[in-house]
Unconditional design. Structure first.
Lengths: 261, 332, 261, 332
């Protein structure tokens, strides 16, 4: 892993880069952990009216602290509406939700995700993981899917052990052919090395910006599939002091997320 | 570099259907279910004894570690119920408890094994990796919509998720075509659990029950379930229910048992009441790492106590519960 | 119309006879008017725990006065639950609702109902009526359908102008063949002349009890199809003084229903 | 006596589909709809001007004479909007108003023309018997489920009603077979109204809105509608909404207009606020008996007043409204 400026750690950089992908005045179903830290940072900086929804049913809460569960009390404080999970999912299905923000155990070049099992086979897996949870639904139905994941060959693989959650499946038009709503799909992948997007034609993952100090060769070395690169290829903007202060003092004072680096 | 393409899941699903979506059989069951106004107040032991049998298909309300009917889950383990089916819908600590007891042998998996930010449950992983549990894959929405189909009394609902994935392939959904638009949709079959268990904020002795905060899947789960066991923080008068009719989750005629269990979601969070006990959940996760440690842990916390109040005492008692109330951001 | 005892009028008799068809400890979706008066009378006499539901969303209210609409405030007083119309209908579809109680403009020998139009044709009717409302749904989904209607050849017809709401359709097994839930169908018809049921084999309407002073010939004369008669054929029990007092003083002091005679 | 059998409706439905169940087109519309936090407070005139156009398909919330957006309905008549489509779902006085204005020329009929116990509306009957209105027959549940399909974002829902009847035959439903059970079901297509209008108890200026009492079909109708106009008894702060999040009908990003209209459901009932004005409704019914009387009536009560408050004044003013508050059994 490349060396970084001591002013911030990798988790802080990822959260900051992720926060900048979320727009003001848009709706987003957010998972716990880094996605939520990013959404909270976005709300406290450039996107004060980013509307957060939680798959268990909370709509537009006033977040005071990082929840530990997408259903817990901290997702419900000051909410505009307390709904059900089905109602949140149905809003996504109706096309009202702009973003979702997920993690996963493996990702491939088309942004497909595995969170079901690693190794062995499905009936007797080496490592059984949670399965889809809401990921398959949210990535099928929300307009833009963001993914946040550590960047190495364990995570960025040429072939998933299991396709839990749809990215672009097998490439252009494959989502539509399968029956998924047109115009949806993976939008950004925020990793420990770079910010990635997807080539509009081939639907394959490509680096949109390298994190400070990272070279294209670093990315290639840590990726299990043939990564593409945008041209020109900027460097990710570093976290500002203000962003870091908010992240450390207001969002994650217990260092649950940013302390993992 | 050679590119190996992820294969599309173009074949039809092969996952097992663990319960029948026969709406007419469900209608016949519901027709015969008594709707008389009688007290259903009973102990958790009695409720499990009467309404949860070996082989039943079980669904647990709340969200894994939030508003769960822990006392019922413990009793199921204590009584060593086996061969259950389980709806692994938003299942976290509830799943871990039943996995520790090896109570189920088939599972509709939407979210299992993990405890969200807290990581994976070692004992749940071990059980699921043993090959002893038959699994069908779903997602939170599709398993939720399966409850909804049952609650609506229709044998399936058309949905736009799952399609194209391995999750679809290992589910028991079917691919259908919309008769109006020609769109390809997934059809998900109604799921009527034999028993649903839900922890609520308040209920009267007849089963009229109310919940505060988000609903998760409980509205549909309660209606989909053939038998319904409620645990409740408080027993209230029917008048209190009638004073706030928009808060009612279920009317009494859907309910089979009402069990008064204060702190019944412990160590889970109960919104508006108390927050989750992260230290106790960490103790659970740690104990699950070896079967020997898990056995000792279960003996201490589940098999030892005669009832839930004893477990609460062992897990920190009033002092700890007061701390958890203090940590709850929605407390009144 | 045959002569009646002066102690009660025909409306009072019908409501009383209707009330006796409803069982304690059962659920019933009730329409406004005579069905509701009957349900309220049942609750105040032999079925105190008859559970009334209203298609607009109210569940088990404590009824204090006859509502004018199935949605109005008087359906909502002291309710156990305020739901939506879909949720009520879904409870019926799930098989949780024992009774429904309807009116209509025409009924045929199989208990099919018309409330859509009379005369002319569907595109340009002579009299346009409301249509199904909830009737088609409730009669399809609830276990037992009760109907209350004036008994004459205008209402009891050999052929409906339009089949708005299913009775036994064309006879035995026709409901099941159409896809309607097995075991459901018309149960009782309360008219101005008699209480009717349906022959279990032929599914055709038959008189179960004649109202006081009515002869089988009266019924035949006022029925547009071949009416069958049970054997033996009792006489409808007259309203008791208690029933009449409750009806007049507590349920319908404004004589909205019982004053129509 | 010769028995003439009522013929079964075995043929496929021939009713017209007045709106497209194309969920992808609806998704594209909803994707483009702004979700910014801006005040949507405006007059009813402005709301109708901006959001209800000739030819639009309109859906009206509440239940005909209970919690209806009368001010919007009057404005639609006043502005002589024509060629509307209308969802005749639990439609009573709302239907009568639009029929008096001859505003719609196609109608999905579930419940129309009647005013429940009050009898049939003469002006609505006359219009519906003129042959000028294209009709498709539905039922309260199936039209409600059509809103629900739209709200869920699926092109249809399977249901167990309509089957075997003339209502089915004159609907635009389709007969389908369940892929799991083989059951025959009716498929009802999603209904996305161009505009929904709903009267609520309270809303903030952004459109966060709450309703007390039963929900009828408004939850789904609000979500199915591409554009949504709210009238509200009271404008409240967003804080008041956040204090009772389980009462919220819609969040602000679904709403296009918020109009402050006290007594906005008059002459209909507004549960918890005021009862229906039966005398005024009787005046309506009476006036509808001849076209000449109706024209005078509309001139007086709809075309004459510049705004809804003037209509309230003409219809009895504060004295009458106080009586209606007094008659309301749920008043607080």
């Amino acid at each position: 892993m490349p060396e970084h400026n001591r002013r911030y750690n990798l988790m802080e950089l990822m959260v900051t880069v992720a926060a900048r992908q979320l727009e003001n005045g848009k709706t987003a179903v957010i998972g716990t952990g880094m996605p939520l830290a990013a959404a909270m940072l976005a709300q406290k900086t450039r996107a004060p009216h980013l509307i957060t929804l939680f798959e268990a049913g909370s709509v537009a809460p006033q977040l005071v602290k990082l929840p530990l569960s997408v259903a817990d009390s901290f997702t419900q404080t000051g909410a505009l509406m307390h709904q059900t999970m089905n109602e949140i999912m149905e809003a996504c299905q109706r096309g009202v939700v702009d973003y979702t923000f997920l993690g996963g155990a493996q990702i491939d070049c088309y942004g497909n995700l595995n969170s079901t099992f690693i190794g062995g086979d499905w009936r007797k897996p080496k490592v059984r993981l949670p399965g889809s949870g809401g990921a398959n639904d949210l990535a099928s139905l929300c307009w833009r899917t963001l993914v946040i994941m550590p960047h190495d060959r364990k995570h960025f693989v040429s072939k998933l052990d299991f396709v839990t959650t749809p990215g672009y499946l097998t490439g252009p038009d494959a989502r539509e052919a399968a029956g998924l709503p047109p115009g949806t799909g993976p939008y950004r992948v925020i990793g420990t090395l770079a910010l990635m997007g997807f080539d509009p034609e081939s639907k394959r993952m490509r680096v949109e910006a390298l994190h400070p100090g990272v070279t294209p060769e670093d990315v290639v070395a840590d990726t299990g599939f043939e990564m593409q690169f945008a041209d020109p290829l900027p460097v990710s903007e570093e976290p500002t002091d203000e962003e870091l202060a908010i992240l450390r003092n207001e969002i994650d004072p217990e260092r649950r997320i940013i302390g993992r680096s | 570099m050679e590119i190996e393409r992820t294969e599309p899941a173009s074949i039809d699903p092969v996952g097992e259907l663990f319960s029948s979506p026969d709406v007419d059989a469900a209608r016949a069951f519901f027709a015969a279910k008594p709707r008389t106004l009688t007290s259903k107040l009973m102990t958790v032991a009695e409720a499990v004894d009467r309404f949860i049998h070996d082989g039943d298909y079980l669904a647990s309300g709340g969200f894994g570690g939030v508003r769960i009917a822990t006392a019922v889950l413990h009793e199921v383990v204590r009584r060593r119920r086996t061969h259950l089916g389980f709806a692994g819908h938003t299942a976290t600590h509830d799943f871990q408890i039943l996995a520790a007891g090896r109570c189920f042998d088939r599972c509709d998996a939407a979210y299992i094994v993990g405890l969200e930010l807290r990581g994976l449950s070692p004992c749940a992983r071990r059980y699921m990796e043993s090959g002893e549990v038959r699994v069908a894959e779903w997602s939170n929405a599709t398993l939720g919509w399966r409850f909804k189909a049952a609650a609506m009394g229709v044998p399936f609902l058309p949905v736009r998720t799952l399609l194209g994935t391995g999750t679809f392939e290992k589910s028991a959904a079917k691919r259908i075509r919309c008769p109006f638009t020609g769109l390809t949709l997934a059809a998900v079959p109604a799921l009527f659990p034999d028993v649903g268990i839900i922890h609520v904020h308040r209920a009267d002795i007849y089963g009229n029950a109310q919940v505060d905060g988000i609903g998760i899947a409980d509205w549909d789960l309660a209606r989909a379930s053939k038998r319904l066991i409620l645990t409740t923080e408080r027993i209230v008068s029917t008048g209190e229910i009638r004073a706030e009719p928009s808060k009612t989750l279920v009317p009494y005629w859907l309910v089979d048992a009402v069990c008064h269990v204060p702190y019944g979601s412990f160590p889970g969070n109960m919104p508006y009441e108390y927050y989750s006990d992260e230290a106790h959940l960490a103790e659970w996760m740690e104990a699950g790492k070896t079967q020997a440690a898990l056995d000792r842990f279960l003996d201490k916390y589940i098999h030892g106590p005669r009832e839930f109040a004893e477990y609460l005492e062992l897990a920190g008692g009033e002092k700890r519960l007061a701390e958890l109330r203090e940590m709850e951001p929605l407390r009144r």
